[in-house]
Structure formats: structure tokens, C-alpha cells
Write a protein that binds this ligand. Structure first.
Ligand SMILES: C[S@@+](CC[C@H](N)C(=O)[O-])C[C@H]1O[C@@H](n2cnc3c(N)ncnc32)[C@H](O)[C@@H]1O
Length: 176
């Protein structure tokens, strides 16, 4: 998250594409401050309730929580309107493991994210390949990301090589 936060200034609009328990949402809400806005998406009621409770406990009021797929982010944020979009893929921690992000939908969501990030903005994708859908999803994302137009985007791929138990891998895409 610290790399992502370096791209965010107070007053910015940012997107948490998969809010889950709301941990990332809180970090983003603090980064944009009272003048900024976080749009937070999740398809699960459980996740939006968990996030809502976490936001309340932190006294945070600059988050617009949507129980919708992240593919709808373009309905809320205009083209070039976001400083950052964060995808933390997979399933809800301690939740239903059968409800997970999928390669097809995630690629659609990433295309939406590229449209709404501003020049100088960042899309962060945290991937987990320790489960079947996650492994397929990671493969699809890497194949897609390495073909992105190099005159518009920089793409970095990070592996946490000293960690155990299928640690996450991260893709950062910045728009020039
Ligand atoms: C790993 S969790 C996110 C964890 C979260 N960042 C946190 O801080 O707790 C992944 C979440 O993605 C959600 N999800 C799956 N498909 C989605 C979609 N198409 N749009 C939005 N959220 C989705 C799941 O419901 C799950 O809560």
C-alpha cells in the first residue's frame, strides 16, 4: 500500500475496487483526507457491512460504498478522474471462499481502471495464486499487462521472494 499512497494527494478521488473488510479503504480514506473521496466496491453484502463498520469505528465519512462489481467504477468516476485504483483480488478473508474475483471480470475491471486513472496515477493489483481461480487470474493479468502500450503505461511486477505460504504478488501500472 505504501507505494500506492505515494501517488495520492489530499483532495484526490481514488477507488478501492474490492473493499472486503475495509482495511485498504481506511488507508485510502486517510490518504485523500476530508476533501477527497474514496469509491469502494464489493459484490458481497458481508463485505460492505464489514467495511461500513470499520469506517464508522474510524469516524470516516469520505467513502462512497457501493455493493456493485468494480466493472461499474466508470459510472462513478470520470475518465482521468482518479489518482489510484486498488484491486486486492481473491476471496473475503474468513468469508465464503467460493466467492472470488475471476480472470474475466478482473480484466474488464482493469480496463475500466485504466480509463479512469489520471496521467501520473496508479493501478495496484494484489494477486494470490495459492488457489485455483487465483492462479488462472494471475496468468491472465500478466499476459494482459505485458501487452499494455509502453508509450502510455509503465508496468512493474513484484514477487515477495523471501515469504512463505503463497505470498501475494503485485502488479503496478502507472499512466504516463
Ligand atoms: C481479498 S478480498 C479484499 C480484501 C480487502 N482489500 C481488505 O482490505 O479486506 C477480495 C474481495 O473481492 C470481492 N469481489 C469479488 N469479485 C468482485 C467484483 N467483481 N467486484 C467487486 N468486488 C469483488 C470479494 O467479495 C472479496 O470481498
Amino acid at each position: 500500500m505504501s507505494v500506492t499512497l505515494a501517488y495520492i494527494r489530499p483532495g484526490d478521488t481514488v477507488v478501492d475496487a474490492t473493499c472486503g473488510t475495509g482495511q485498504d479503504t481506511v488507508a485510502l480514506a486517510h490518504a485523500v483526507g476530508d476533501e477527497g473521496t474514496v469509491y469502494a466496491f464489493d459484490i458481497q453484502k458481508t463485505a460492505t457491512l464489514l467495511t461500513e463498520a470499520r469506517l464508522l469505528s474510524h469516524g470516516i465519512s469520505n467513502v462512497r460504498l457501493k455493493m456493485q462489481s468494480f466493472v461499474s467504477m466508470g459510472e462513478h468516476v470520470p475518465e482521468n478522474g482518479a489518482a489510484a485504483v486498488v484491486f486486492n483480488l481473491g476471496y473475503l478473508p474468513r468469508g465464503d471462499h467460493s466467492i472470488t474475483t475471476t480472470a474475466d471480470t478482473t480484466l474488464k475491471g482493469l480496463e475500466c481502471a485504466l480509463r479512469i486513472i489520471r496521467h501520473g496515477g496508479i493501478v495496484t493489483v494484489v494477486m494470490y495464486d495459492g488457489h485455483e481461480e487465483g492462479a488462472e487470474e494471475k496468468k491472465a493479468i500478466l499476459e494482459w499487462a505485458e501487452k499494455l502500450d509502453r508509450s502510455t503505461y509503465h508496468v512493474a511486477y513484484v514477487s515477495l521472494i523471501n515469504q512463505k505460504n503463497d505470498p501475494p504478488e503485485i502488479v503496478w501500472i502507472t499512466k504516463k
